[in-house]
Design a binder for this molecule. Structure first.
Ligand code: GLC
Length: 424
């Protein structure tokens, strides 16, 4: 095993808090939903038991209605804001660990397939499969009540891309007033110029308060939400995970579930197909309050490739567009392109490169037979981590590693991509 591979494994071990992994020490001291799904795949490359455990500990926090929350507060910590006292989700918990009240991209089903395909443990898979299926049902009822085949986020944190320029306009409708005393902890760990701004946090907390006042009831939240975006990134992740659950259902001989998943899948695929925009050479999200397309260039434009088979001419357009985004940069693929007026090379989701986003984009390119470009991105991602460390994200102009260090999902991306390229 090479030194970097050992380092990746030891980061996952350091961030282990007893069967689950924190994204990084201090800055993110709890279990995060999509981080854990990526991490479970990283573990699957060398420790199958630990891979299953990561997902098992995540579903300890699943709500009665099926939602898998974005944070599971297994143990107290005062290095993160907002904690359980702000979310106040207790009535949903019974004996479970306390959690936040919103969700995150459902990579879970994809992670479960990845683990099962390598290790084939039926009993543990079946339990997790049922948890995943319940969460997909929640997505389609709570977040697509009008059955348009696109699921909505009600909070930018649900997207996983907290301060993406894609949310700027929709967020203007959200008040900046809050009842909570905002005591940010993130800027104590990371330079404030790299993090979301104060005004963003005011809106983030206003939204938490709004949904708390709805008693975290999905129907009430849907009606009260001042921010409601049918996001192509999260819909694509859900569609892909639905296809992965369908594959698992067939492996496990679950006929009824196959039927149900197949209906869900068709609905999501139709929804995603409707979001292609030729002039933008990619897919666009929909602001459900204004009814308008969100035309901002962000990485989300390319994520639907993980779920959809594009026509040849569309593939060619996407390939050219990704080349254009990477042109002149030390690292790609940026989360916002250099030519956009929103580009900031160091501020969180407004430009920097994230290993897990490159992993998703590469998956989508492979699924669409764009293997050369996928391999290129995978190799560059491995190289970026080897040169600049296992950081949270990277400056596309200088290559510098930024945000939290010893980051779990960057370590997982390194292991999975190396494994894929048979470099392990
Ligand atoms: C930030 C990221 C989110 C991630 C979390 C923990 O909030 O935007 O995607 O899940 O940190 O790493």
């Amino acid at each position: 095993m090479c030194d970097k591979t050992k380092e990746a494994c030891s980061i996952l071990a350091q961030n282990d808090r007893g069967g689950y992994t924190v994204p990084t020490h201090d800055l993110y001291p709890f279990q995060w939903n999509w981080d854990s799904a990526f991490v479970a795949m990283g573990f699957a490359t060398f420790n199958v038991d630990r891979a299953y455990q990561e997902l098992e500990r995540l579903v300890e926090g699943q709500w009665n209605d099926g939602m898998i929350p974005h944070i599971i507060f297994h143990q107290p910590s005062d290095t993160y804001f907002p904690g359980p006292d702000v979310w106040r989700t207790d009535q949903h918990r019974q004996t479970k660990p306390t959690t936040s009240g919103i969700t995150q991209p459902p990579v879970f089903g994809t992670a479960l397939r990845y683990i099962y395909a390598r290790h084939n443990i039926r009993e543990r898979t079946l339990i997790l499969f049922n948890a995943a299926l319940r969460s997909h049902r929640w997505w389609l009822t709570a977040r697509d009540p009008d059955q348009c085949g696109l699921v909505a986020i009600l909070h930018p944190w649900e997207s996983g891309s907290d301060n993406s320029p894609a949310w700027d306009e929709a967020l203007l409708r959200v008040s900046t007033t809050t009842k909570t005393d905002i005591q940010r902890q993130d800027t104590k760990h990371v330079n404030a110029t790299m993090r979301p701004r104060t005004i963003d946090y005011q809106r983030f907390i206003h939204l938490v308060e709004t949904y708390r006042e709805c008693d975290w009831n999905p129907k009430k939240q849907w009606l009260a939400a001042p921010f409601k975006v049918a996001d192509v990134q999260i819909t694509a992740i859900l569609a892909r995970a639905t296809a992965d659950l369908l594959w698992l259902a067939s492996e496990l001989h679950l006929t009824e579930e196959m039927q149900e998943l197949s209906t869900m899948h068709c609905r999501l695929i139709r929804g995603l197909q409707s979001r292609w925009r030729e002039n933008l050479r990619g897919f666009v999200s929909l602001d459900l309050i204004s009814g308008k397309d969100i035309e901002k260039s962000t990485q989300a434009c390319f994520i639907p490739l993980i779920a959809l088979k594009l026509e040849d001419y569309q593939c060619e357009m996407v390939r050219k567009e990704i080349d254009r985004w990477c042109h002149g940069l030390i690292l790609g693929v940026p989360t916002t392109p250099l030519f956009s007026s929103d580009f900031e090379s160091k501020r969180y989701w407004r430009g920097p490169v994230w290993a897990i986003i490159n992993w998703l984009i590469a998956d989508g390119l492979r699924y669409n037979q764009l293997r050369d470009l996928a391999v290129n991105i995978e190799r560059n991602t491995i190289d970026m981590i080897e040169r600049n460390g296992f950081c949270e994200y990277f400056d596309p102009i200088t290559g510098e590693g930024l945000g939290g260090n010893a980051f779990s999902w960057t370590a997982a991306a390194y292991l999975v991509l190396k494994h894929r390229l048979e470099l392990l």
